[in-house]
Design a protein around this ligand. Structure first.
Ligand code: SF4
Length: 345
């Protein structure tokens, strides 16, 4: 089925484009800044625009160019990223900035293939940067675009098997001109009009050509394969206090939350592990924290005690400045439980 979505969509975008801190609007005089496009696209992976906005503002104030980011300390950048999640992105961010500074003279390559060769840039991000920053015709498919296209064509193939077909269909409606605006328009339609649960077909510029709307049940698309439950993992974390400070350790450099500050604790297992506290003390259970990662859900039982430990085992961090330690969300959730334990003691 031939569908010409671009004219109506671009017309709508010219009137309704969302103002976002990283976006260059269609009527802007200056060209988009590839650094800001790249930084925002990395931050927006699996993360909402509302969550990204303050991080984007802080990062661009502190590191306004790719060169300044390339020169940043990795630990400093990891701490600034804390709370945004998916920490491999932060490690790749600095690796990518350094590669561009060292091998590309501080300038982003413009072609999708060259962009894909950079650390942390996959197919989607390469296409988004090529289209949005450089106006290249690239096929940009994120979750919002998948939903809009699946509805536009009333695609019955369930996700994730439908992905190659969705890409081919998106390719078929992507125009040669204004490919960046087209990609952003599709994202905006997905975020503000063609929403997952309640698509607003009455105000949609694609309503007349949308096959899902014609079925009367647009929210049925994209069809999804039944979900499998995420595996559960268990672990223990130790909150050890001494003179108003808590003992923090660092996660191993590679793997989940690699290189981040953490509470001491052992490996995560499929079943509840044996307790192996950093020192022998009067350890008390103070609750548990839970976090759902991409591939598994983790419950950490928390044990708290007061006592001395060798400096080599970690660093003592003032409890009243714990939010400045750059702890990942999983460990930051332990602080209120420790506060309740301290008050009750
Ligand atoms: S008409 Fe409705 S279902 Fe179709 S793209 Fe627009 S909002 Fe989505």
């Amino acid at each position: 089925m031939a569908v010409d979505a671009a004219p109506a969509l671009l017309h709508w975008y010219d009137m309704n484009a969302r103002t976002l801190p990283w976006r260059t609007l269609p009527d802007a005089k200056q060209a988009p800044d590839p650094y800001r496009v790249w930084l925002s696209e990395i931050m927006l992976q699996q993360t909402t625009t509302a969550a990204v906005a303050p991080y984007f503002a802080r990062f661009t104030a502190r590191w306004p160019t790719i060169e300044t980011l390339a020169a940043a300390e990795e630990a400093e950048l990891m701490a600034a990223w804390a709370g945004l999640g998916y920490y491999a992105r932060a490690r790749n961010l600095i690796a990518c900035a350094r590669t561009i500074a060292a091998q590309h003279g501080g300038r982003f390559p413009q072609q999708e293939t060259a962009l894909r060769a950079l650390p942390g840039i996959g197919a989607y991000t390469a296409a988004a940067i090529a289209a949005i920053a450089f106006g290249q015709r690239a096929v940009v498919v994120d979750a919002n675009v998948e939903r809009v296209v699946a509805r536009l064509f009333a695609l019955e193939t369930p996700l994730p098997a439908a992905r190659p077909e969705l890409r081919r269909l998106t390719d078929g409606i992507t125009p040669d001109a204004r490919a960046g605006d087209f990609a952003q328009a599709m994202m905006d339609i997905g975020a503000t009009v063609c929403m997952p649960r309640a698509p607003r077909c009455l105000i949609c510029p694609l309503a007349e050509i949308c096959a899902a709307r014609a079925t009367g049940e647009p929210e049925r698309y994209p069809v999804k394969a039944p979900k499998r439950a995420k595996p559960e993992r268990r672990g223990i974390a130790y909150w050890l206090e001494r003179d108003g400070a808590v003992l923090l350790s660092r996660r191993p450099p590679r793997g989940m939350l690699g290189g981040m500050r953490a509470l001491p604790g052992g490996a995560w297992h499929d079943a509840a592990p044996e307790a192996t506290p950093p020192i022998s003390a009067d350890w008390r259970p103070i609750g548990a924290v839970r976090h759902v990662f991409t591939h598994f859900a983790l419950t950490l039982d928390l044990l708290a005690a007061r006592g001395e430990a060798k400096a080599a085992d970690g660093e003592w961090w003032p409890v009243d400045r714990i939010e400045e330690a750059g702890l990942p969300t999983l460990y930051a959730k332990a602080a209120p439980l420790a506060a309740a334990w301290r008050e009750a003691a």
